[in-house]
Write a protein that binds this ligand. Structure first.
Ligand code: INI
Length: 156
């Protein structure tokens, strides 16, 4: 039986982070969590991390796709926060972000980690950005590194 499992430590990885400015006060904490996880746990060099800011979560799929297609990055991490408001806007933005970002991974075979919060309230978002429910940015970073190694191992 052959079992393939990815490790997390990936010192040579080149990682791009696409991050939305909308809800920046929460996204900043997601970025901090992602950057800390990449460097402290993954041992990724600071020089190998590129951060790209876009206006909102709706713009993330395009930025993620361009980054993934460059052949310069081993993984792309998408960070953002979509909070339900009084209108259907939430559904449209969240729907586009989720399916658009997911499609990039499938179409490019570059690992893409989804660190976009979709919450009912600001409180729920804060809980997932480094307080009592962990940090979704850090989780996404570790997922990206694990997937780099899993895909590499499958193809080896
Ligand atoms: N963008 C977000 O990142 N989060 C949100 O909660 C949000 N809401 O709710 O409106 C949001 N809207 C902006 C959107 O992502 C685009 O930037 C905008 O529509 C321009 O294309």
């Amino acid at each position: 039986m052959k079992i393939i499992e990815g490790v997390i430590t990936t010192p040579d990885a080149r990682v791009a982070i696409a991050i939305a400015r909308f809800n920046n006060f929460i996204n900043g904490s997601l970025l901090q969590g992602a950057s800390d996880a990449l460097k402290r746990i993954g041992q990724v060099a600071d020089d190998n991390i590129t951060v790209v800011w876009v206006p909102g979560a709706y713009e993330l799929p395009l930025a993620v796709r361009v980054l993934a297609n460059m052949g310069k990055y081993d993984a792309v991490i998408a960070l953002g926060t979509i909070i339900r408001g009084g209108t259907a806007h939430f559904e449209y933005v969240a729907g586009e972000a989720i399916s658009g970002i997911g499609n990039v991974a499938l179409n490019t075979e570059v690992p893409v980690a989804f660190g976009v919060l979709t919450t009912e309230s600001i409180e729920q978002a804060i809980e997932r950005a480094g307080t009592k429910a962990g940090n979704k940015g850090a989780e996404a970073a570790l997922t990206a590194l694990e997937m780099i190694n899993v895909i590499k191992a499958i193809k080896a």
